[in-house]
Design a protein around this ligand. Structure first.
Ligand code: FAS
Ligand code: PHB
Length: 391
């Protein structure tokens, strides 16, 4: 098989990249180790920032989002006895949209299927070859075990945190920085109407809690738990009791409505950045290059921002023989990656309790500052909702 761009991974980064390239008449082939159904069903991100929504709109992918998604002006920050709303629209002019990654994935998959995009699902043994040449390739076994090879001009690793592309950057040039947090999130989906109009991020001496949602009838909530927590040790009642305590059920007349839990899982939290995001004819985008703790709602949005910078760089390289944007892709993408990595670390360390009482004083002081100072609130709002593509 021959194409211009071989893409490894059919998650949001891989499918959106193939869509953006196709808008410029650049062909690609995508290989994916899971089934289309599995990729579409993974419960992950929930919030799309302003620039993500604008980008999806600009390439015809905003229709269902704007019809079925829920536009939010901001978030609530809370600690015992106090809940404060930060209005991102007042502070930055930017809103955010609650629209699950599963829905984004479905929209992307439908658009690519309608465009006749070649995607090989359920492949195995994916390997990258000759990345230092102008004829790199990707080999794999397809669903019936036949070995295939895609010859391309460029290979893009959109294969997430466990794919083979990261190792395609030679050990002699690649560097990585990582921070593992001493806690995890226990996340639930529940068939119950949200008890809040916008997301609540709550600091509590028992641990962090968050109230998000997926629709008017499905709520998404999270609890800080110790690393290594076995989700089976958390009964539905225990989960709802902890959420009620930490989110302030009964305070100022607010009540948390429990309901049937349909999914629960424990998500460890870490920050990870690998540089550079390009070597030879290999480019990395999304979780293949970086991981953020979900407290800043950045993971999916960063994957979108990477490919929004990468697509025009590949157009310049492949159509205009201008290697400039491709040569500066890694540096350009990493500016936003580190901004979002810092913001995600800051939100995470501000809201999650530790053993050290000194931390609690720092956290409450930060929370009081960002909810009482316009400058502090604007800083959080800009990072959460208002970073422009190409920041
Ligand atoms: P993805 O991981 O989505 O996609 C990579 C794809 O590559 C996968 O489909 C994988 O099967 C495929 N692949 C891997 N190895 C391969 C191989 N050898 N050959 C072919 N294909 C291969 N972000 C938030 O903003 N908020 C959240 O609440 C949130 N929750 C999350 C919960 C979990 C459990 C996880 C893992 C992530 C969460 N994230 C969250 C982050 C998540 O949304 C990612 O940022 C987003 O999926 C990144 O998209 P991609 O870079 O496309 O990577
Ligand atoms: C979610 O709805 O899953 C969600 C929202 C905001 C976050 C993390 C997760 O910061």
């Amino acid at each position: 098989m021959r194409t211009e761009v071989a893409i490894i991974g059919a998650g949001p980064a891989g499918l959106l990249l193939s869509h953006l390239l196709a808008q410029d008449g650049i062909e690609s082939i995508v290989v994916e180790t899971r089934s289309a159904e599995y990729v579409a069903s993974r419960i992950r991100a929930g919030v799309l920032e302003h620039s993500t929504v604008e980008l999806l709109d600009s390439v015809g992918l905003g229709g269902r989002l704007r019809a079925e998604g829920d536009e939010h002006r901001g978030i609530y920050l809370q600690w015992p006895e106090e809940r404060h709303h930060l209005d991102f629209v007042d502070l930055t002019g930017c809103s955010v949209w609650v629209y699950g990654q599963t829905e984004v994935q479905k929209d992307l998959a439908a658009a690519r299927s309608a465009a006749g995009q070649e995607i090989h699902y359920e492949v195995t043994d994916t390997a990258l070859h000759d990345l230092d040449t102008e004829r790199p390739s990707v080999s794999f076994k397809d669903i019936d075990g036949t070995r295939q090879t895609i010859e391309a001009a460029v290979v893009v690793g959109c294969d997430g945190s466990f794919g083979p592309s990261r190792a395609g950057i030679p050990q002699t040039v690649r560097e990585s920085a990582e921070r593992v947090y001493p806690y995890s999130w226990l996340g639930i989906l529940a068939d119950v109407a949200p008890s809040t109009d916008e997301l609540i991020y709550a600091w509590h001496p028992d641990g962090f809690a968050m109230h998000s949602m997926r629709s008017a009838t499905v709520s998404r909530l999270y609890l800080q738990v110790p690393n290594g927590t076995d989700v089976s040790t958390w009964s539905d009642d225990r989960i709802w009791d902890a959420l009620a305590t930490r989110l302030g059920h009964g305070q100022n007349g607010w009540r948390l409505r429990p309901g049937p839990i349909t999914e629960k899982s424990v998500l460890p939290m870490r920050s990870f950045v690998q540089t550079p995001m390009r070597h030879g004819r290999l480019f990395l985008a999304g979780d293949a290059a970086h991981i953020v703790p979900p407290t800043g709602a950045k993971g999916l949005n960063l994957a979108v921002a990477d490919v929004a910078v990468l697509a025009p760089a590949l157009l310049a390289l492949l159509r205009k023989k201008d290697a400039g944007p491709a040569n500066s892709y890694s540096e350009n993408a990493l500016r936003r990656v580190w901004r979002c990595t810092h913001f995600s670390w800051w939100m995470t360390t501000m809201l999650h309790i530790s053993e050290d009482p000194f931390d609690a004083h720092l956290q409450l002081s930060q929370l009081r500052w960002v909810t009482s100072s316009e400058a502090g609130a604007a800083g959080l709002a800009e990072n959460y909702a208002g970073l422009p593509i190409g920041f």
